[in-house]
Every structure is written in structure tokens, then in C-alpha cells.
Design a protein around this ligand. Structure first.
Ligand SMILES: *[C@@H]1O[C@H](CO)[C@@H](O)[C@H](O)[C@H]1NC(C)=O
Ligand SMILES: *[C@@H]1O[C@H](CO)[C@@H](O)[C@H](O)[C@H]1NC(C)=O
Ligand SMILES: *[C@@H]1O[C@H](CO)[C@@H](O)[C@H](O)[C@H]1NC(C)=O
Ligand SMILES: *[C@@H]1O[C@H](CO)[C@@H](O)[C@H](O)[C@H]1NC(C)=O
Ligand SMILES: *[C@@H]1O[C@H](CO)[C@@H](O)[C@H](O)[C@H]1NC(C)=O
Ligand SMILES: *[C@@H]1O[C@H](CO)[C@@H](O)[C@H](O)[C@H]1NC(C)=O
Ligand SMILES: *[C@@H]1O[C@H](CO)[C@@H](O)[C@H](O)[C@H]1NC(C)=O
Ligand SMILES: *[C@@H]1O[C@H](CO)[C@@H](O)[C@H](O)[C@H]1NC(C)=O
Ligand SMILES: [Zn+2]
Length: 312
């Protein structure tokens, strides 16, 4: 998610973006000198902004919005949608083939799905999701990063648009009393041993689809708010969707993330606790409770306008 070396391209971790520019902001998760408490100063003016992600979602405060209809997912059933899996030094990121798209879901237009990546803590013992729900933090979180189709992959335009990016957040919970489930996650995690060092990557063989990885999530039910990238430069350009159902994954697979990949070469620390802490609350909306009519909740349109004015 960095653009022209200034703006981050992915919703979260970026050292090198898919666009080839490298991040000029020397940020990190693990050291006092470059950790998240320093982001507001090393990556002003966005990381110290007023529309920052992630947030704690307070379910009882979510306003009903009948515009939050179902999504249409294009290419999510394709078993060859995943291209390259990469250790960026900040996350594990998987590129998505062009033609993978989303629309509907209350979004203003279609968005191209560019990549997904993960955030985690230290195995199932130390949770590492970014969003929390009623204060509960999950072991991991998967983010699918999408960019407005009309911007043709121009990430400088996307991060300058208050809704230029759409991020889909999936909370990941432990599936108890199992190993290596689901199969799609076993396959995904099997690549970790090929990318133990930062800057390395591997080609993902055909066989697993996004639908397979998102198994068990009813994608009609979600929370919506306007926020930011969760890594520097923290651009306030993201329409967030956090699905209510978690993806359930065996503990041994969750644990592989924090025990296999390193933040540098294999002599460097393991990649653990790669998430940002929750930021100030934002207005959140969700589908009307069944039976109730679509009476207006918080107006996202108005919110967008006021944010645009507030940013300049
Ligand atoms: C963030 O930092 C910038 C640059 O220092 C400053 O201009 C801006 O007012 C700050 N914003 C907030 C919300 O503190
Ligand atoms: C992560 O957990 C492992 C195993 O419990 C422990 O040895 C290690 O110190 C932890 N790492 C951090 C950074 O907390
Ligand atoms: C993105 O769009 C801007 C404004 O139209 C343009 O100046 C820039 O060259 C574009 N970047 C790319 C990579 O196409
Ligand atoms: C991953 O590593 C294994 C064992 O070293 C190797 O057999 C396999 O070809 C590698 N896969 C990829 C996609 O690089
Ligand atoms: C994958 O790694 C190779 C070898 O280091 C490198 O040339 C290539 O640019 C990398 N690809 C991606 C998408 O990072
Ligand atoms: C998903 O949730 C919607 C709304 O709650 C419900 O109508 C639908 O039956 C659910 N779909 C599945 C497959 O459970
Ligand atoms: C790992 O990187 C460090 C710091 O860059 C370097 O000093 C060390 O020699 C490297 N170790 C290996 C095994 O490559
Ligand atoms: C729903 O969409 C309509 C038409 O775009 C808009 O006028 C209305 O404000 C939206 N409702 C909410 C709650 O955002
Ligand atoms: Zn992320």
C-alpha cells in the first residue's frame, strides 16, 4: 500500500508494495523507536488522524442501515485466484489474480481485490486480531484489500480518495479439538516454510480458492465503518467491512504463523504480534435486524463529506 514511496498500498503491512515502491517510513511493530506509539509522529499527518483503524466494534451501538446489502464476489470460487505468497517482513501477503472483484455490499462501485494478508499475535495463546468485537480480540485476522475499479489500480489516487480502498476483515478463531483444519488453511500454511525470510516468496499452486479460505462465514452479515490503513502511512481511505462470523482454524495451523516466519533472515526474531492496537471509536453500521424496516442509521454519506472537509 505504498504509493510513490509515500503512501501505503496495502491496508496494512507494507515495506515493498505490489507496485514496486518501497516505503520511506521506517516503521515496525517490535521496537520502541519505530513501534506503533511512534507512528503518529513518524507518519503524520495520517497516523495521528481522527478516522484511524482498527477499532473495537461495540455491537449494541451499531446503527441499522438498509443499504448494507449482499456483496457479489467475482473470482472468489476460482482455485487459481491466489498467485504469490510473500514474507514482507511485516506480514504474510498473498497476491490475487486480476479479475478478482467485489461489488454490492453498500459500496459505491465495484472494487478489484488485490491481495490478502494476515495479522496475528503469538499463537493461539496471545491473540493478534486488529479489530475487536465488544472487547474480544481473536487469534488472527485476514484482510482482503480492494481498490476502486474505476481507479485502474492507481494507488496514489486510491489512498487520496476517502473511499478509494475497501478492506474486508475476517476474524479467525480456534477450531477446537482438531488438527490441520480446514484443508484450505493447511495448504496455505504449508507455504510458510518456503518464506521463512523477509523478502522471499513462493508461487501458490492452483487448488485453493478464496471461498475455501473463507469457509464458515455467512458473508451477508457484517459491520461497516470508514477508517484507515492499519500500517503507516495510515491513510484515511478505507471503507471497512468486518464480517460477524469468524473463520475457524485449527490451533496447530494458527500456531505455525508465529513459529515459522521471521522479520528478517532466519537469525532475526520470529514474526509475532503483528497488529495495531485499537484506535478511537468510529460510527459503525450493520444490516437491519430481521423484521425491522430499513430506517436510517448513521449516514455514511454525510460522514464521508465531513471527513473530506476535515482532511484538507
Ligand atoms: C497530525 O500531525 C500533523 C503534522 O504534525 C498536524 O498538522 C495535525 O494537526 C495532527 N493532527 C491531529 C489530529 O492531531
Ligand atoms: C511467543 O511465545 C513463545 C512460546 O510461548 C515464547 O517463547 C516467546 O517468548 C513469545 N514471544 C513473544 C515476543 O512474546
Ligand atoms: C495516478 O494518477 C495520477 C493522477 O491522475 C497520475 O499523475 C499518476 O501518474 C498515476 N500513477 C500511475 C502509476 O499511473
Ligand atoms: C517449498 O519447499 C519445499 C521443501 O523445501 C519444496 O519441495 C517446494 O517445492 C517448495 N514450494 C514452493 C512453491 O516453492
Ligand atoms: C519473488 O522473489 C523473487 C526472487 O527473489 C523476486 O525476483 C521477485 O520479484 C519476487 N516476487 C514478488 C511478487 O515479490
Ligand atoms: C446467512 O444469513 C442470512 C441473514 O441472516 C440468512 O438469511 C441466510 O439464510 C444465511 N445463509 C446461510 C447459508 O446460512
Ligand atoms: C542475518 O542478518 C544479519 C543482520 O543483517 C547479519 O548480520 C547476519 O549475518 C545474517 N545471518 C544470516 C545467517 O544470514
Ligand atoms: C442509503 O442510500 C441512499 C441512496 O444512496 C441514501 O440517500 C441514504 O442516505 C442511505 N442511507 C444510509 C442510512 O446511509
Ligand atoms: Zn491488514
Amino acid at each position: 500500500m505504498n504509493l510513490l514511496a509515500v503512501v501505503a498500498v496495502a491496508v496494512c503491512a507494507f515495506t515493498q508494495s505490489a507496485y514496486g515502491a518501497s516505503d520511506t517510513i521506517a516503521w515496525c511493530y517490535h521496537e520502541e523507536s519505530c513501534g506503533e506509539s511512534k507512528w503518529p509522529t513518524i507518519a503524520a499527518p495520517f497516523c495521528n488522524g481522527t478516522r484511524q483503524s482498527p477499532i473495537n466494534i461495540v455491537t449494541e451501538n451499531a446503527m441499522e442501515d438498509g443499504n448494507l446489502t449482499e456483496f457479489t464476489f467475482q473470482g472468489y470460487g476460482s482455485s487459481s485466484a491466489l498467485t504469490i505468497i510473500e514474507n514482507t517482513g511485516k506480514t504474510v501477503k498473498v497476491g490475487l489474480r486480476s479479475g478478482t472483484k467485489i461489488s454490492g455490499g453498500g459500496l459505491s462501485e465495484s472494487y478489484d481485490s488485490l491481495q490478502f494478508h494476515l495479522h496475528w499475535g503469538n499463537g493461539t495463546a496471545v491473540p493478534g486480531s486488529e479489530h475487536t468485537v465488544d472487547g474480544k480480540q481473536y487469534p488472527m485476522e485476514l484482510h482482503i484489500v480492494n481498490s476502486k475499479s474505476s481507479l485502474n489500480g492507481n494507488t496514489s489516487l486510491a489512498v487520496a480518495d476517502p473511499e478509494g480502498l475497501a478492506a474486508l476483515g475476517f476474524l479467525i478463531e480456534e477450531l477446537p479439538n482438531t488438527e490441520n483444519q480446514p484443508d484450505s488453511w493447511k495448504t496455505l500454511a504449508s507455504y510458510l516454510s518456503n518464506i521463512t525470510e523477509a523478502g522471499t516468496n513462493a508461487t501458490v499452486a492452483a487448488g485453493i480458492s478464496l471461498d475455501d479460505l473463507l469457509s464458515g462465514v455467512n458473508r451477508t452479515n457484517y459491520y461497516r465503518y470508514l477508517g484507515s490503513l492499519t500500517t503507516p502511512a495510515c491513510n484515511e481511505a478505507v471503507v471497512w467491512t468486518v464480517f460477524k462470523d469468524p473463520i475457524r482454524v485449527s490451533k496447530n495451523l494458527i500456531d505455525l504463523f508465529s513459529t515459522t516466519v521471521h522479520i528478517g533472515n532466519t537469525s532475526s526474531p520470529l514474526m509475532v504480534n503483528v497488529f495495531r492496537r485499537v484506535q478511537a471509536a468510529q460510527p459503525v453500521s450493520t444490516q437491519p435486524r430481521s423484521g425491522s424496516s430499513a430506517h436510517a442509521g448513521y449516514s455514511l454519506a454525510l460522514m464521508g463529506i465531513s471527513l473530506v472537509m476535515g482532511r484538507v
